[in-house]
Every structure is written in structure tokens, then in C-alpha cells.
Design a protein around this ligand. Structure first.
Ligand code: Z57
Length: 838
């Protein structure tokens, strides 16, 4: 809480140097920050010093907007969205803040004084890799849209000291390097140690009777950890709203250390400090499947407890009690990772604020909403009771009580159906006992959603069928979206300019306006300039590829791109089967007329995921053999670009001709890369999976390369006893391709290297590559033919961009606001001594 002195009204005199947006003022501010923040004379400043000076200059310009936003929210006592997520993959801040503030050009000029290009300073920023892939990146796009739509919101998460590892490739294999993103400091965050909170772990509970004769429970923890919030402003596009991303860092609790220290347990005290600091040390690098490691559960409870305590503190600052908590806060659970929040809010209301059970449950249920992001059974999170009960004994009790009351109600609806009861139970008692986090989230939330139309249907029919039957009204779909500010304006300035020249700049905030481009598909000059732009971007990427991996690629070839986490269900190896098929055809018929292609891959494998790592090795091995084969004569090139991340995504989406979205139908919940490609004028080759279905619906079936089994066909084939060997024996070309890989041809004669991969496909093939192989190959032939007619291809590309309006995260967030959160925009007025945005 603010100290009493803070009510003393003191007009703060703002130096013009920290708010002015004109070139001259920014020029002065840069020099000022270089000297007084970085402590460098211009002559001795490194590129990084200049980046830091610029970053602080921009942060200065955000601060008034940020503080005014927070003050307005407090004064107006607004309803606020809290997005709880274990990951926020925000990407570099600098360029986005320049664009959102509308001062890119001024800053460009101001920077040129230093003899550097703004683009070089932008490239200097180390991206915060606080996420694995789609789920964390979605959270970041949603924060951008929340601010742009002027919705009061806080993103709560973990400030990992080490984010997703940096990937290197050694001899074709992935090697993981620690991500030291904080080593040169982070100019975008402000620590708020005064808002620290404490979180309990371990120990036991005991019951007692309070002064009013009420039975209560007390949690005597084994250790207590302190959470320190680090805040980063998230500015909206051309608005004054700057919301907060509040990430928690774990620290040792001195008071607790002192107790041990004084008892002479020096080692114990230091050990506790080490353990406390470990909680926010490192991001778990698995994208889909969660492994049940205790530290991961500690991370989850840590950030959820910190965040809920923080909301309660803010709430009680403006309200007499927590009775209205659910009216002021809507808390979104990004997957089940924060779902222990359901039990934690119950604990805080009952144990700390002395609510009775029913009132606490009413508030809790009306506070939370849950987004599911996966259909993979192995990715549905569950915690062994043994671990859960030991680490969070009081929460375990509360979950038992929630479950008990829930199942009592269920028994009335399904009187003699024990099977139903055990399928719905929050506790899995079929073998070793587990807490099922998705069940806790479903029972404790007012709304449940999937992330694409197909995904939501499959949730209702399959994964969450029993819950859908119980409360169908809680379920809805919210198809994912991505922010056009980062994924078009910032990453693709040339395309942005070309679009804006024709239809104005409204599309940046209203992506549906891209429809206006349809008027220009028949304009030959426009198509010409469209192609020139794509070619120039591809030439830039070709230079970058040469610099990074020393491979020369030709920008006039078809750029066929697959960038995403490496996972068997995403089927990067199906893409490889196509490449080897083309290679095999060219070997047998060197004069074959094929469309020259450059295949570009990028993506990280979970460090413990053997098959994914082997797929990376396979891509690199095939790349090397093809590159060194003179008969190919550059008609095929394969490039694996190491260390795929947000920064590289911004480079590669604009340069793609073809987007590979080839997951087994029914496996990819939505996908969001699919949207980024298409918005940048790539055509998609894809299955009827996730959001691909909706993209195809929007852009038109004739502008989308579709192949493969449908979800129903996949299910039916599985049920009928899928046998991949039939495909292997009946398809000669497929057999030749698999045999070539299995023979050691791509592994210097070592026929054992890729055996596990080839055998898995022939004898098991859980993701049905062999069933989809022929359909994929045929479809790719159509792609190659289509690319030969460049005028035709340009038409399709323009139509793709023109029809992608639906996939702006602004649309997704509007739907969440109206249908789940019931929150409204709040305009932020700047004090009049602040220079307004451009
Ligand atoms: C993750 O990135 C996603 C789902 C998960 O359950 C976990 Br854990 C991590 C992804 C899905 O695989 C994508 O299909 C989806 O587009 C993305 O989440 C955002 O919803």
C-alpha cells in the first residue's frame, strides 16, 4: 500500500527530454541516457550501449502512459482481465514500441546521428524467450490486443532467469545452450520489491477453533518463498493504454533463513536460499507433453499464489471486502498450468479471509475461465497425489473437498453409474493416484473454451465429453488469432507499405479491411510490385542463410517453409519424405522437369525427446547429401536454420511462398504459424486440422492446397486396425524412399542411425504418415505446377492476404471480452503536458 506521504500532492515537473516525441528531443535524450544511464561517452559506446540508451529513451516515453493507465484503473475501480500463463513469448520489445507509439521515423533520424542504422540497434535486442512455442506466443499476442483494444488487463507469469535454450547444430544434431537473456540487463522491466508476497510449501495442516468457535485449518509450511514482481509495460497500437505484464521472480525469505541460521543450521539456511531461487530459474523446455517434475508444480503454484494474492491486495485497496471479487476480476487459465489457482483462491478466501465454503466457491467459480490447448492425451496434465500432497498439503485437502462436493452432486444426476463418477472425478484412482488438472479447471470455472472450431468440437465429443454433458453452457470456441502489429507491420514493412498505399492504414487495427485488396488482384502492376517485394524479402533471407549456415540459396526458387516445434504429430518427417521422393526421382531421371525448391526448416526439439532430435538429424543429413550431389544442380536445397525463435519468425514468414501445415488431422489444436504465413502472402499446403480448416474456409478452397485424411477418417482407420505395412508394400515409390533412408544412404553408410525412425513408420506409424503420403506427394505436384504460373500464384497470394482478417488476435480478444470476460474498454487520457502520439 502507498505510504501516507504519497497522498501529499506534489506536481511532478516532467523534463521535456523524457516525454517529447520529436526528432530533436529524442536525439538529446539518447545522448543523455547514454551518459547518465549507460555511463558511456559517445566515442567509446558499443552497439549494445547505444541499444540500451535507445531502449531507455523509449521506456521513458512509455512511463507516463503506463502510470496514467494504472492510475486510471485504480480511480475508476474497473473490471480487469488477468491472463495467467506459465509462458509469455513476447519477442523483442523495441521495434514494437516504436510502431505502437508511432515514432519509428523520428527515431530513425535521431539514431542516424550515431552513425548507426535503427535496424542494427533493433537487432541488438536479445529476445525474452519465456515460452516454448504456440501457447506462450498466443499469450503475447493477446496482451498486445488487450492493450490495443483498451481493455484493463494484467498478464501474470514467471520471470525465468533462463528462458528456452538456444539451439546449436553440431554434426547435424541439436545441442542445447543456456539462454542468458538477462546478462546485459533488461531495460524494459521494473522490479517492485515493495509488492513482494510470500508463498508456502510443504509441511502439514492442523485444525483449530478460532475465537468465534469456528473450525478452521492452519497450514504449517516447511518453507516459505518470496515472490518479487517484475513489471513490463505492454503498449497498445496508437492508444495511450499500457497494460502490465507482471512476472514473478522467486527469492529466499530472509525471516525464514534467520530462524534456521540462529539455530545454527547454516547449511540448511543457505540450502533453503538456493532452493527458493531455483523456482523461477529455468523454463521447462517441453512444448506439448508435460513431465511430472516436482519443481514444475512448485513453479505453477508459486506464480499462481503470488498473482492471486496480488489481485486481492489491489482489490482491498479499493473495496471494503472480497465479496465483489468476481465482479472486478476475470481470471483466464492459459491451459491447466495455472489451474491450481482454483484451489488457491478457495484457500485464500477461507483460511485467510474467513469466508464460508459456499460463498468462497461461488466467488471462485465466477472468477475463473479455462482455455484448453491440446488434444494429445499424453499432454493432459496430472500430478501424482504423493507429490501434490507433500508439496501442497492444504491445497490437497481443499481439492478433496471440492471433489467430494462435486461428486455428491453428480451422484444425484447419475445415481448408479460408478463408471461415470470415476471418469469425472478430479482424482484419478485407476492405478497410481493422480490429481487431474483439467478436471479441476472444468469444475472451478464459469467458462471452458477450445482454440479452433474443430478443436472445440473434439473437446466436446471426446476429451471433455463428460463435462460437456454436465454443463454444455460453459463451453464455447475461441479461434486463435495473431497480432498484425508484430506479424505484418513490424516484420514486413515492405508489404505494409504496399498494402497501405492501396487501402490506407485502417487495416492495422481492423484486419477485416484487408478485403479491400481484392480490388487489386486483377491489377497487373500491383501483382508485379507484389512479386518484386516478395523477391526482395527472399533475397534478404538468402543472404541471412548464407551468413548463418554458409548455404547459397536462389531467391527465385519456391521457398517451402516449415518452422515450428519439432514433434512427430506435426510431421516434419512427412516433409522429408517428399524431399527424398523428389531427390529419388531426379536421380532416376536427371532431366525431369521439376519446380526448383528451397526447403527451409526451423524448430527446437524437447531435450529429452529422442525421436524429435533424430528428425533434426535426418533433415540435416538429407540436406548435406542433396547439397553435395552435382546431378541435382541446385534444383533442390534443404536448409535447417538453427535456433528458431520469435526474431527469426519475423524474418522467415514474410519470405515464404509455401507454408507447411501438415499435422495429422485431429492433433493440432489450432496452430498460429499457419496464420502468420498466410497473412504475409504464403500459400498453405495443409491438412483439415486445427485452424487450417477455418483459414481454408476464409481464403477459399481454390486458394489452399489440401491433402490427407480427415479426423473422422483417421479415427475410422485407427479403429479398423491401421497397418502401415500395407502402404509400405503397395506403394513402390514410398518403399524406395523409406528404404533409401533406412539403408544408410544419408548417414554415410550407417544403416542403424535412422532405423528407429523408419521402423516406427513401417510398423507403428501413430501419426499416419504412410496413410497420407501419396495424397501429400500428389498435392505437392500441384503446388509445383501452380508456382510455374507466377501471375496465377500472385493472384492466390493476394487473395490469401485479403481474406485473413478473421485471424487477427483483436477478433479473438473481442470475443473473449464479450462472451467470457464481460469487460469493456477504458479510455486513457494523458495529462496535457505529455506530447500525444503521432
Ligand atoms: C502449446 O504450445 C500448445 C498446446 C499445449 O497444450 C502446450 Br503444453 C503448448 C499449442 C498447440 O499445440 C497449438 O495447436 C496452439 O495453436 C497453441 O498452443 C495456442 O493455442
Amino acid at each position: 500500500d502507498p505510504s501516507p506521504e504519497s497522498t501529499f500532492v506534489c506536481p511532478i515537473i516532467i523534463e521535456d527530454d523524457r516525454t517529447g516525441l520529436d526528432t530533436e528531443t529524442i536525439r538529446r535524450a539518447l545522448r543523455d541516457n547514454l551518459l547518465y544511464i549507460q555511463g558511456k561517452l559517445p566515442e567509446l559506446a558499443s552497439k549494445n550501449d547505444l541499444y540500451m540508451a535507445l531502449a531507455y529513451t523509449i521506456r521513458d516515453r512509455l512511463l507516463q502512459r503506463w502510470l496514467t493507465t494504472q492510475q486510471t484503473y485504480l480511480k475508476k475501480d474497473v473490471r480487469t482481465v488477468c491472463y495467467l500463463s506459465a509462458e509469455f513469448l513476447v519477442g523483442p520489445h523495441l521495434a514494437n514500441n516504436l510502431i505502437n507509439l508511432g515514432i519509428y521515423e523520428q527515431v530513425q533520424k535521431a539514431v542516424s546521428e550515431s552513425g548507426l542504422k535503427l535496424e542494427e540497434l533493433i537487432a541488438q535486442e536479445e529476445e525474452p524467450g519465456l515460452g516454448n512455442g504456440g501457447l506462450g506466443r498466443l499469450a503475447a499476442c493477446y496482451l498486445d490486443s488487450l492493450s490495443t483494444l483498451e481493455i484493463p488487463a494484467i498478464g501474470y507469469g514467471i520471470r525465468y532467469e533462463f528462458g528456452i535454450f538456444d539451439q546449436e547444430i553440431h554434426d547435424g544434431w541439436q545441442v542445447e545452450i543456456t539462454d542468458k537473456w538477462l546478462q546485459y540487463g533488461n531495460p524494459w522491466e521494473i522490479a517492485r520489491p515493495e509488492a513482494g508476497v510470500e508463498v508456502k510449501f510443504g509441511g502439514y495442516t492442523e485444525s483449530y477453533t478460532d475465537e468465534n468457535g469456528n473450525y478452521r485449518s492452519r497450514w504449517i509450511p516447511d518453507y516459505v518463498v518470496k515472490g518479487i514482481p517484475y513489471d513490463t509495460p505492454i503498449l497498445g497500437y496508437r492508444v495511450n493504454t499500457a497494460n502490465t505484464m507482471r512476472l514473478w521472480k522467486s527469492e529466499a525469505c530472509e525471516s525464514f533463513d534467520f530462524g534456521r541460521f540462529n539455530r545454527g543450521d547454516y547449511y540448511g539456511a543457505v540450502d533453503n536460499k538456493v532452493h527458493s531461487e531455483n523456482i523461477s530459474k529455468v523454463l521447462y523446455p517441453n512444448d506439448e507433453p508435460i513431465q511430472g517434475k516436482e519443481l514444475r508444480l512448485e513453479q505453477q503454484y508459486f506464480f499462481v499464489s503470488c498473482s492471486l494474492q496480488d489481485m486481492i491486495r489491489i482489490h482491498l485497496h479499493e473495496n471494503p471486502s472480497l465479496n465483489s471479487f468476481h465482479q472486478k476480476w476475470s481470471v483466464q487459465l492459459n491451459d491447466t498450468h495455472p489451474s491450481v489457482g482454483v484451489a488457491e483462491l478457495m484457500r485464500l478466501l477461507i483460511d485467510v479471509h474467513h469466508f464460508d465454503w459456499d460463498k468462497a466457491w461461488f466467488i471462485t467459480q465466477n472468477t475463473f475461465a479455462y482455455t484448453n490447448h491440446t488434444l494429445l492425451p499424453e499432454a493432459l496434465e496430472k500430478w501424482p497425489l504423493s507429490i501434490f500432497g507433500r508439496l501442497l498439503p492444504r491445497l490437497m485437502e481443499i481439492i478433496y473437498e471440492i471433489n467430494h462436493r462435486f461428486l455428491d452432486k453428480i451422484r444425484i444426476i447419475y445415481p448408479h453409474d460408478d463408471g461415470k463418477i470415476s471418469r469425472l472425478s478430479i482424482i484419478d484412482e485407476s492405478g497410481e493416484k493422480y490429481v487431474r488438472m483439467a478436471h479441476l479447471a472444468c469444475v472451478g470455472s464459469q467458462a471452458i473454451n477450445g482454440v479452433a472450431a474443430l478443436h472445440t468440437e473434439l473437446l466436446k465429443k471426446d476429451v471433455l465429453r463428460n463435462f460437456y454433458e454436465l454443463f454444455p453452457e460453459k463451453f464455447s470456441n475461441k479461434t486463435n488469432g495473431v497480432t498484425p502489429r508484430r506479424w505484418i507491420v513490424s516484420s514486413n514493412p515492405r508489404l505494409t507499405f504496399a498494402i497501405t498505399e492501396k487501402i490506407g492504414e485502417n487495416w492495422i487495427k481492423h484486419l477485416e479491411d484487408l478485403r479491400g485488396l481484392e480490388n487489386y488482384v486483377d491489377d497487373g502492376e500491383f501483382r508485379d510490385s507484389w512479386r518484386r517485394i516478395k523477391y526482395d524479402i527472399k533475397a534478404d533471407l538468402a543472404n541471412y542463410i548464407d551468413k548463418k549456415v554458409g548455404i547459397k540459396v536462389d531467391p527465385s526458387t519456391l521457398f517451402d517453409v516449415q518452422v515450428k516445434r519439432i514433434h512427430e504429430y506435426k510431421r516434419q518427417h512427412l516433409n522429408v519424405l517428399h524431399i527424398v521422393t523428389l531427390y529419388h526421382r531426379l536421380k532416376n531421371n536427371p532431366n525431369l522437369d521439376i519446380t526448383p525448391r528451397t526447403f527451409i526448416f526451423g524448430g527446437k526439439a524437447a531435450p529429452g525427446y529422442f525421436m524429435a532430435k533424430l528428425i533434426i538429424k535426418l533433415i540435416n543429413s538429407v540436406a548435406e547429401v542433396i547439397d553435395n550431389d552435382p546431378t541435382i544442380g541446385g534444383r533442390l536445397k534443404v536448409v535447417f536454420l538453427p535456433d528458431y525463435n520469435v526474431t527469426f519468425g519475423q524474418r522467415v514468414y514474410p519470405a515464404a511462398d509455401l507454408s507447411e501445415q501438415i499435422s495429422t488431422a485431429g492433433k493440432e489444436a489450432s496452430g498460429t504459424g499457419n496464420m502468420k504465413f498466410s497473412m504475409n502472402g504464403a500459400l498453405t499446403i495443409g491438412t483439415l486440422d486445427g485452424a487450417n480448416i477455418e483459414i481454408r474456409e476464409e481464403v477459399g478452397a481454390e486458394n489452399f492446397f489440401l491433402f490427407g485424411l480427415t479426423t473422422e477418417e483417421v479415427y475410422a482407420k485407427k479403429a479398423a486396425g491401421y497397418n502401415p505395412q500395407e502402404y509400405y508394400y503397395h506403394n513402390e515409390e514410398l518403399r524406395a524412399v523409406l528404404d533409401l533412408i533406412g539403408s544408410g544412404f544419408f548417414s554415410r553408410g550407417d544403416s542403424s542411425l535412422f532405423r528407429p525412425l523408419v521402423d516406427n513408420l513401417i510398423y507403428d506409424d501413430p501419426y499416419m504418415l504412410l496413410a497420407d503420403y501419396q495424397s501429400y506427394i500428389d498435392c505437392q505436384e500441384g503446388v509445383g505446377r501452380a508456382y510455374k504460373d507466377q501471375e496465377h500464384w500472385s493472384r492466390l497470394a493476394i487473395l490469401n492476404v485479403a481474406r485473413m482478417g478473421k485471424f487477427s488476435s483483436d477478433r479473438s480478444i473481442r470475443q473473449y471480452c464479450e462472451e467470457i470476460w464481460r469487460v469493456q474498454p477504458v479510455k486513457i487520457e494523458l495529462p496535457d503536458y505529455i506530447q500525444a502520439n503521432a
